[in-house]
Design a protein. Sequence first.
Length: 274
Amino acid sequence: MLRSDDDHITASELTVTRPAEGTMVVTIDRVAKRNTLDGNLVECLHEALDAAAIANVHLFCLRGAGATFCGGFDLSDLDSETDGDLLLRFVRVELLLNRLYNASFVTLALAHGQVRGAGADLFVACERRFVLDDARFCFPGAALGAVAGLGRLMARVGRDHGREIMRSGRELGADEALALGLASGRVGSADVDALLARESTAASRLDRDTIAALHAVRADDGTTDLAHLTMSASRPGLKDRIIAYRERMTQRKQQLALVRHRFAQSPKIGGDGH
């Protein structure tokens, strides 16, 4: 539950500030958990959108505290989850993404560090999308058998690039995100306040009814993404697929650590006259 005063809203792992008239900055603050999304945090983000609608906000900015924008789903309680529990969590996040995508105000994501899974989907759902140099994106959902947010991703980068990014699960850096149109622009950490001031001024030019009308002119309203997610993720065995994916990632990290160790221990050639 969010607690509010005139300029500051807090939850245990979410902070919402109002740095200027009409601007709301929402910061995910679960640094110890890489800003991953658990059920409570997702509901707090829904409440933040409710507060933005009531407060007549024209710019809604989403960012992450610490070294990571958002590391995706928090799966630390996976052992106690059922397929049904997990599907409900997926659907609640998808509904949140639809709200961001179709908001009656301008939404802006400011990404740095790891931007993975549902965190990458949060970034894609925002209309204005800025990266710091260290931003790294990954969309691993298809490896879980869950087709999440492909329509929004294709709207940003095109059909072929969107499918390839989701199919491969590979990592994209800030330069590639900019080149593909995944990101709208790049910003240095020292220039964030100036960027928000400019974006706030631009967002206030039109009234909210007009902004909503602009956002309504899309190939679809986001319900197709919800349908594809529900159909793909509701196949029996969702929890088993997540466990298998997590085990593969653990093995890959162990293999990479072994390669790095062997490289560090190998004799250096050159520099000693031989």
